[in-house]
Design a protein. Structure first.
Length: 121
C-alpha cells in the first residue's frame, strides 16, 4: 500500500468536508464547496507529489435593512493538502464542479511487469 495521507487542513472558517477514494485506476477526491465559484477555488499539483486545494468563500451580501437571527453559512479561506503516491499521471489530473462538490480525478500509472529472460553462460 502506498503511503498517502492528508498533509494539512487549515481554514479560517473550519474544514471543508473531503472524501478520498481509490480504485484500480484513480485516486478520487470529493470536496464540498457549495455556493463557490470556480474562480474562487484553486487546485494545484506541487512538486509532482502534492495535491493542494484552496479557496475563499466570500461573505454573503449584507442586507441594507433588517438583521440576522441566525447566520451559519461560513465565509473565509480553506486549504487542504494531500501527499500523492509516486505513481500518478500528474499531467492528466482533472477537476470538475458537480453541483457544489469538487471532484478531482488523479489517474494512476499502470505498473508494467516485464519478464526478463535468463541466458545461459
Amino acid at each position: 500500500m502506498s503511503s498517502i495521507y492528508a498533509l494539512d487542513n487549515t481554514s479560517s472558517y473550519g474544514g471543508v468536508d473531503t472524501d478520498w477514494l481509490e480504485d484500480e485506476d484513480y485516486h478520487i477526491f470529493k470536496i464540498n464547496i457549495p455556493g463557490m465559484k470556480k474562480e474562487d477555488v484553486k487546485v494545484l499539483v506541487v512538486g509532482g507529489d502534492t495535491l493542494q486545494v484552496s479557496g475563499t468563500r466570500k461573505s454573503s451580501i449584507e442586507r441594507a435593512y433588517g438583521k440576522y437571527h441566525i447566520k451559519e453559512r461560513p465565509s473565509g479561506t480553506f486549504f487542504r493538502s494531500f501527499q500523492l503516491p509516486g505513481e500518478v499521471k500528474e499531467n492528466e489530473i482533472t477537476a470538475v464542479d458537480e453541483y457544489g462538490v469538487l471532484v478531482v480525478h488523479v489517474p494512476k500509472k499502470k505498473r508494467l511487469i516485464r519478464r526478463i529472460p535468463i541466458s545461459m553462460l
